[in-house]
Ligand binder design. Structure first.
Ligand code: NDP
Length: 296
């Protein structure tokens, strides 16, 4: 079966690498062509010249781009996906997208007999490398069953969340929790450092107590205490995700002051720390404001 993958970024590339090792025949496309060429050389995947070329003859087309906006923009034009994608094929969007745009894309594709599902992932670059991602699916059950063999190449836990848009919504809520945990733990650890308690000692206690989270157990232990700050998931993308969560709660008329505040604070952090900063680097903004670095 021919599968095409568009968007060989930090998480897309390791996801696509699993597909290249699977029995599927893989074509790839990336906006910066050099990345696609290097990927093709190292995996044997066919390098497509355009989105239309990637989609041609593909039974399944997968996208993994920053936002739903970029996915929608890839549909149109002479070289766009719609110029190549065949009726009867399946479009899987692994972007952490927004439910409204995903529903709009799904209805445009349905007019041409193409099935769509939103399938954002979690587990980070390490989960993508290991092929153990969680995949949150927004689709009807039959579409998910068609997609499952492809998703299993990089996903370990594959969950049907509900109709189109539901995967995006669950992902956004998860990301709001991630953002809130990063922000709250940053505030606490900077205050503790200022008061003379080292972060290692504080995290040792928190990680054996009820305040622990993935942020305290893994992210801060490996990245903040060590000051390593590897760039695996952009702060800009987390800000985008939490903004989607804030819009989602508002649209559903649920009072959500915490989610709105997290979105606002991450927007400030993105502006201050730049487009290339990693999400965990948000702690640096609180350190700046407090005039005190977290001490290991
Ligand atoms: P990156 O910024 O590393 O990569 C983005 C990819 O999208 C690149 O291939 C880039 O191409 C392409 N792209 C950007 N703008 C456009 C455009 N206008 N048209 C076409 N292609 C474009 O992002 P990630 O791989 O980290 O993230 C991708 C998605 O996955 C996001 O929605 C993110 O939230 C989500 N995600 C990321 C995780 C992570 O740990 N990194 C974890 C879970 C989800 P180019 O090479 O030309 O820049």
């Amino acid at each position: 079966m021919n599968v095409s993958f568009l968007g060989l970024g930090a998480i897309g590339a390791p996801m696509a690498r699993h597909l290249a090792k699977s029995p599927f025949v893989l074509s790839v496309w990336n906006r910066t062509a050099e990345r696609a060429r290097a990927f093709g050389e190292s995996t044997g995947a066919r390098v497509a010249e355009s989105p239309a070329d990637a989609a041609r003859n593909a039974a399944v087309v997968i996208t993994c781009l920053p936002t739903s906006r970029e996915v929608e923009a890839l549909l149109d034009g002479e070289q766009g996906l719609l110029a190549g994608v065949a009726s009867g094929s399946l479009f899987i969007d692994c972007t952490s997208g927004d439910p409204t745009t995903s529903r709009r894309i799904a209805s445009r594709l349905a007019e041409r007999g193409i099935a769509f599902m939103d399938a954002p992932v979690s587990g980070g670059v390490s989960g993508a490398n290991q092929g153990t991602l969680t995949v949150m699916c927004g689709a009807d059950p039959d579409t998910l069953e068609r997609a499952r063999p492809v998703l299993e190449a990089f996903g370990k836990k594959i969950v049907l969340c509900g109709p189109v848009g539901s995967g995006d919504a669950v992902k956004a809520v998860n990301q709001a929790l991630l953002g809130i945990h990063i922000w709250a733990l940053s505030e606490g650890l900077v205050a503790l450092s200022k008061a003379g308690v080292s972060a290692s000692v504080a995290l040792d206690v928190i990680n054996a107590s009820s305040g622990r989270s993935n942020v305290s157990q893994n992210l801060f232990t490996e990245r903040v205490v060590t000051r390593a700050f590897p760039r695996t998931f952009k702060l800009a993308l987390l800000e985008k995700d939490v903004t989607i969560a804030a819009e989602f709660t508002r649209e559903n008329r649920v009072p959500s002051p915490l989610t709105q505040a997290a979105a606002d604070l991450l927007r400030v952090a993105r502006a201050e720390l730049g487009e290339e900063a990693d999400h965990v680097e948000a702690v640096k903004l609180i350190e700046r404001w407090a005039g005190c670095e977290v001490t290991g």
